[in-house]
Design a protein around this ligand. Structure first.
Ligand code: NDP
Length: 477
């Protein structure tokens, strides 16, 4: 065969990735379970490059040069297993299957192990950037063997997004499921970013007294500063948009019940397993979930509490500046939590994750792309084993400068009854970490009281138990 890559699964993502490879000069063999999609691709976009339409998995494999590279872009879960099972028997040692879908990294680990026994490389690759990114340059997070990256990496570098300095937004993340793990955390951080932006909007509207169009202008101005990012940019676009049918601000005609596909939830589930406090990401997932509980929300209608009163016009600009500080400080916290989860995942699964390199490949192509990621990169360049991102001297200084306003915003929102779970969870995380003493001491004492779970002391080594129901003397445990 003469094709350098095959793509099986030609819905939006697969079709656009196939076109991206072809536009970069690769010969691309294309296949889809339902053949009409294959035909449509070649008919509509055949002029963009060299495509070979394959009727069957065998045809696709036959069309490929060796080592064969088969990228599958189908629904995550059982469909991915079904497609792997179709291709695996057709492949030889040294060939590779690349799964660009949103697989759970534990599935990727399982699949990689099974295919490794057959000598086939399985590369779980996180792909971010949606439909548009897949066509014009996504951020790509490939796992799998280092050997597979030698042959596949240069191709992925060609189709990937390029950061401002021209570097490709792809790097070998780590072995087996590392790529899908990192993509999962990317999505968790994306949830947190979106929640924080949503809270900022709500504050500017209900307390700042601004209209959606005015808030769009505020976001536009923020987008020229340290918050410069894709999500802030599209937020301004959305808020400036007017609904054609009603003439109302578009945001006011959208039902306020958010949905989710699962990667944010996975980020939190895995964080719980790893013992990593990702409270900001968790609040973002819970906020979507709460919004969807129409039954609970209607049961809560009429419960006591304040309604926000908009500030006088003269104070609204100063308030917007405070919200910017609170948003930025909270963003530092949610990235700190996400990067902690990656460090913990690396330790648990024996990956060597280069956190600086990961922040670099998120600078373009993906949903959380932002100027901010250059700062994270710089923090890890300065100290590759930085244990706590927000303790980087640069970030610590910015939080120090922001915290007065951050506290003010959280307090004001609380007094006025505006829910800001993201901002307040971020602040609680920050304050808990810097507290000299935590009530965890009391928790330990309670646990020892009811369950003889023992405690450690501040003044000497060892584990101890107090005989709570006897004479309350202390014993060595
Ligand atoms: P979908 O997730 O909607 O999946 C549709 C594709 O899967 C079709 O090609 C379909 O074939 C194929 N398929 C489903 N079941 C089977 C099966 N049992 N056997 C063979 N083929 C099957 O497509 P998307 O393009 O939206 O996404 C592809 C992957 O990329 C998913 O894992 C998704 O999570 C991930 N992803 C999506 C993003 C997005 O923005 N949409 C962004 C990043 C990742 P047929 O035409 O025959 O039905």
């Amino acid at each position: 065969g003469s094709a350098q890559i095959g793509v099986s699964g030609l819905a939006v993502m697969g079709r656009n990735l196939a076109r991206n490879f072809a536009r970069q000069g690769y010969t691309v063999a294309v296949h889809n379970r339902t053949e009409s999609r294959t035909k449509a691709l070649v008919e509509e976009f055949g002029a963009e490059g060299e495509f070979i339409a394959a009727h069957t998995p065998q045809d696709l494999v036959t069309a490929l040069e060796r080592p064969r590279r088969v990228m599958i872009m189908v629904k995550a879960g059982a469909p991915t297993d079904a497609v792997i099972e179709e291709f695996a028997p057709l492949l030889e040692p040294g060939d590779m299957i690349i799964d660009g879908g949103n697989a759970h990294f534990l599935d990727t680990r399982r699949r990689e192990k099974a295919l490794r026994e057959q000598g086939v490389h399985f590369v779980g690759a996180g792909v971010s950037g949606g439909e548009e990114g897949a066509l014009n340059g996504p951020s790509i997070m490939p796992g799998g063997s280092a050997e597979s990256y030698e042959s596949l990496g240069p191709m992925l570098e060609k189709i990937s997004a390029k950061a401002g300095d021209g570097s490709p937004c792809v790097t070998h993340i780590g072995t087996d499921g590392a790529g899908h793990f990192v993509k999962m955390v990317h999505n968790g951080i994306e949830y947190a970013d979106m929640q924080l932006i949503g809270e900022a909007y709500q504050l500017l509207r209900d307390i700042g007294g601004r209209s959606p169009a005015e808030i769009a202008e505020i976001f536009r101005s923020w987008n020229t500063g340290r918050l410069d990012s894709y999500l802030i940019e599209i937020t301004a676009e959305v808020l400036a948009h007017t609904d054609a049918a009603t003439g109302a601000p578009f945001v006011d005609v959208v039902l306020d019940q958010a949905e989710q596909k699962g990667t944010g939830r996975w980020t939190v589930q895995i964080a719980l397993d790893l013992g990593v406090p990702v409270s900001g990401i968790a609040e973002a997932v819970f906020a979507r979930s709460l919004s969807g509980h129409a039954d609970l929300r209607s049961a809560a209608e009429g419960l006591a509490g304040p309604r926000p009163t908009p500030l006088p016009k003269a104070e609204a600009d100063a308030f917007a500046a405070k919200v910017e500080q609170a948003l930025y400080a909270s963003k530092i916290v949610s990235y700190t939590q996400g990067f902690h989860e990656m460090a913990a995942g690396a330790a648990e699964y024996d990956w060597h994750l280069d956190l600086g390199a990961i922040s670099s490949i998120w600078r373009a192509g993906c949903i959380i792309r932002a100027a901010f990621l250059d700062r994270i990169r710089a923090a890890y360049d300065a100290k590759p084993d930085l244990p706590l991102l927000l303790a980087d001297p640069g970030f610590a200084r910015e939080i120090a400068a922001a915290q007065g306003d951050w506290r003010d915003v959280v307090a004001t929102a609380s007094l006025q009854g505006v829910p800001i779970p993201g901002f307040s969870a971020a602040l609680a995380y920050y304050d808990a970490l810097r507290s000299p003493r935590l009530p965890a001491a009391l928790t330990q004492a309670q646990r020892d009281f009811f369950g003889a779970h023992t405690y450690r002391r501040t003044d000497r080594e060892g584990s101890f138990h107090t005989l709570w129901s006897a004479d309350r003397t202390e014993t060595d445990a």
